[in-house]
Design a protein around this ligand. Sequence first.
Ligand SMILES: [Zn+2]
Ligand SMILES: [Zn+2]
Length: 889
Amino acid sequence: MVNCMAEKSLSKAYEPRESEAKWYRYWLERDFFRAEDSSPKAPFSIVIPPPNVTGMLHMGHALNNTLQDVMTRYRRMQGYNALWMPGTDHAGIATQNVVEQELAKEGITRHDLGREKFIERVWEWKEKYGGVIINQLKRLGCSCDWSRECFTMDKRLSRAVREVFVRLYNDGLIYQGDYIVNWCPRCHTAISDLEVEYVEKEGFLWHLRYPYGEGGGEIVVATTRPETMLGDTAVAVNPEDGRYKDKIGSKVILPLVNRIIPIIADNHVSMEFGSGAVKVTPSSDPNDFAIAERHQLEIVKIMDGSALINENGGVYQGQDRYECRENIIRDLEKGGYLAGREAYVHNVGQCYRCKTDIEPMISRQWFVKIKPLAKVATAAVVKGKTKIVPVMWESTYFEWMNNIRDWCISRQIWWGHRIPVWYCGTCGKEIVSTIDPDACPDCSGTTLKQEEDVLDTWFSSALWPFSTLGWPDNTEELKTFYPTSLLITGFDILFFWVARMMMMGLYVMKEVPFRDVYLHALVRDEMGEKMSKSKGNIIDPLEMIDKFGADAFRFTLAALTAQGRDIRMSEERVAGNKHFVNKIWNATRFSLMNLEDYSPSGVHIEKSDESLPDRWIKHRLNITVAEVISSLDEYRFNDAASSIYQFIWHEFCDWYLELLKPTLYGKGEPAKRRAAQHTLLSVMKSSLKLLHPFMPFVTEEIWETLVGDGSSIMVSEFPSPDDTCQDLVAEKQMGIIMDVITSIRNIRGEMNIAPSKKLRVVISPPDEASGSIIGIGDGYIRNLANLDALTISSDGKEPKNAATGVAGSMRVYVLLEGAVDIAGEKARLEKEMAKVSKDLMTISKKLANRDFMAKASTIVIEREEEKFREVKGKHVVLETALKRLQGMG
Ligand SMILES: [Zn+2]
Ligand SMILES: [Zn+2]
């Protein structure tokens, strides 16, 4: 025999740690992750959502990258030229903060170093620590084409950034303007609306009296931030508000400051809030800024970049905003201007990086005129050029695009792409250029000063799908892989990132950046709570990999990813899937032992030698293959994982291997045995392939031994449905046989009969056809149900002293005489029944107790209800068993 499978075996237990390191190295050495720039194969491409260089692998990354790896490995095995483009993001503010914290330990600030030296320090930091997350992705098994790894600040990508900036500028889509922005007084930079985090804070709503300029009396305005009154330039009321109709156009005197300001009418003022009159501070509130624009109001800035009161604040100059608030309240009270206060809970915006309260502030910033870009990006989704999955996110996307505001792209930090604009010191010309200019094109002056601001980090990430492929050069890889096939990311960055890639991709490439966008949910704990440090419920992905192996962890993530549903992760689930890994391992060990004398090469199997279980398992495998393919094609990761799990565990291991044992143990004809071995090996190989995208390591480890020809499962061909395997007859027959076996096993369990005790069974089929199926399954039934007699009765009469089960339309009678001590069993059942009845009573009482139900949390109640169902189920089983014994003995 050639290439015989003798001597092949697996170690007793699977050791993930060793195996994972070994196989990852093996794949890298053989360059399996590398995509071709151009290839006769169809392209499949996916760009990684670049993790921050400061990042450490958290559950969100783990999920996101597992799903990407599943899709990439799947397509690669299907024969695509698969590219998974990896890289990291320079993460402007985040990285700058990390390095500033390092400097703080040395007692210096970035200003002590100066811009150039500081940026050098950030690069040093990046070289040293920036690769941490990449190595963590490797531990997860990610099959990225590492030869192409990108960084948003790479020369190549920076060139793309400048090119796009200049194009937008020349097209009139970039402008500079005064604008109210969210300002972080600690980071000293504008941050985007999306980067503001809101927290609820308890404060007060202060009611202030502003005296009328003439005729006495006053108007009362309400505010949570009394210190901003220093910048008030109007009081606004609703034009429909009867209380103030005759006051519109008159003046009030701003207390403490003594500025005369007008009362104006604006439709956006709510008549229900406070007194219906609001103070207008254009410099400190975005809504007030909008009112000021509509009414051409004066704008008085009252704070500097650190949120200290400036020269416009008179005696309060130099005070911190909160200190100033105390002083203003005291002085208003002294002057009789305070009409009262009430406790008030309001949302305060904070910097997402440092948690400092945001100060809305007017400053000069760079903007992208976004509406024309948003229009095109909306149309592309409407036309179906890009598909968003799950589809419910499409409406969110449209809504956001329709209400989009211009994008503030400048940041007052140092780490990032410095804006490619220079100002001529001689004539003042603004020069916008992709390359650093030497002289002014107008006056030839050489004192040029570059813009200090850098671009928002999301500006470069918005170009990611084409900048990583070499744009602005028209590279082969760009031609091959753009538009990319798929983007997988969290729904939380739909606006930050996905929408902006859509706009930039369409603007620059005139083509959408990706065909499909799959948005996944957040990973929560098993109770559905968000994971956070303060709650102490964070699960560390690397700890999961160390404890249970990357395969069990990945499989769990995929299995939990159902569209439109939260992902509830727990360590127990990962542990459960570790059992699945072990189950596969043990099934392989068993198979190898029974394949020792089998040589797969040149074997020919006669169809007639195939047993019913052989035909059935091939049929079931074929259905599973189709299910896995359609699930993955539609990004139903949980369905794909569940199909594989059900097939391998419950059909292949629980049934097929058991049915096969007598044949394998040589109790039949050699030809049949060889056919069984053939089916066993081929079904195992296909199952491993189906599983490989989810569990790359253990499948490769098993493949090495099972196939043993030096090939890798990673580059093997993914199974495809095979019509010749369809066998509805086998499915029907096996279905009946398995039902009968299950029904006998249930009776055995309920009646407490030891598995080793051989039973006698009578089956009463409804017709001859069914009877003949029992005939075909006779051996399997006797074997798996452990019988010493199986008879088919056609007279329909119920045997004496038998427990009755039902399998489809058949009655299954287990003869109890000699198998059960009927009196003893009755006593045992009655005793157990008493206990279960008592338990049932206790839980019912608890669930009927209003006091308990009112106080208990949903989770506690859910648990009680679960317990109730469980005990109730037991009760039913005992009842049936007792009924069976009635009238016997
Ligand atoms: Zn900050
Ligand atoms: Zn000039």
